[in-house]
Design a protein around this ligand. Structure first.
Ligand code: NI
Ligand code: MN
Length: 229
């Protein structure tokens, strides 16, 4: 059982779970941090946290080329089906489902979710994935701090992937408060340094998080991976 996480830049992640390739919020074309384009990636599944363009990204193109199954909330799934995607699975906040790569639950996220053409993408979500080996990976999605992260933390989080850019999502200090509630073993910060309003320098924050919470912070450059121990 292996759980390998690749950061592709901004909020785009690759999860490789026992050989199953999952892309989360695949935004390659036009992503200032991406080192690849959307034609160069493969996926079995595509997970979309919310409707914003920097998260829906290249989902339709990649799904059509690879035949990947798109998983998202009901409103986003209706939208991708209207765009010609047949292989799709809808869930909603608080609901979990056993997929071949593990049990995936949609969590609350404090954010908007309109789609690029202005249609409603329902409410924003995060994902809590429990792999078959029992590892718990929390992808918060775009969100502000909310107190119910404590409930998510009660499940016992191995890895929390959190936005830290500020302006559109939590900034570093609210992410630290999130980490205190989530109590993860490992943290990967995302959604920063893509554009000027979300510029962050994280070296001090990385030390502060470890000092105050014991969590290990893994700052990945676009293209770098982390394998859960
Ligand atoms: Ni957003
Ligand atoms: Mn975003």
């Amino acid at each position: 059982m292996t759980e390998k996480i690749t950061f592709y830049g901004h909020a785009t992640l690759g999860l490789e779970i026992n050989g199953i390739k999952i892309l989360v919020d695949p935004f390659f074309d036009g992503n200032p941090q991406a080192k690849m384009n959307s034609a160069q990636v493969m996926a079995d599944y595509i997970l979309i946290t919310h409707g914003h363009g920097d998260h829906v990204g290249d989902s339709l193109k990649i799904a059509k080329r690879c035949g990947a199954k798109i998983i998202a909330n009901y409103e986003i799934i209706q939208w991708v089906q209207a765009k010609g995607i047949n292989n799709a699975h809808a869930q909603a906040t608080g609901g979990g489902f056993h997929h071949p790569f593990g049990y995936l639950k949609l969590t609350h996220a404090l954010h908007g979710s309109n789609l690029p053409d202005g249609s409603s993408g329902g409410t924003a979500n995060g994902f809590l994935l429990t792999t078959k080996s029992g590892k718990k990976i929390y992808v918060a999605g775009d969100t502000g701090l909310f107190g119910d992260m404590r409930l998510i933390g009660e499940e016992g989080i191995d890895l929390a992937i959190l936005p830290v850019g500020d302006n559109f999502t939590m900034g570093p200090q609210d992410a630290l408060r999130a980490i205190k509630m989530l109590q993860p073993k490992h943290v990967i910060p995302i959604h920063y340094n893509t554009w000027a309003p979300i510029t962050q320098e994280l070296s001090q924050w990385q030390k502060q998080v470890t000092n105050e919470t014991g969590a290990q912070v893994h700052i990945l450059k676009p293209g770098e991976s982390f394998t859960l121990p």
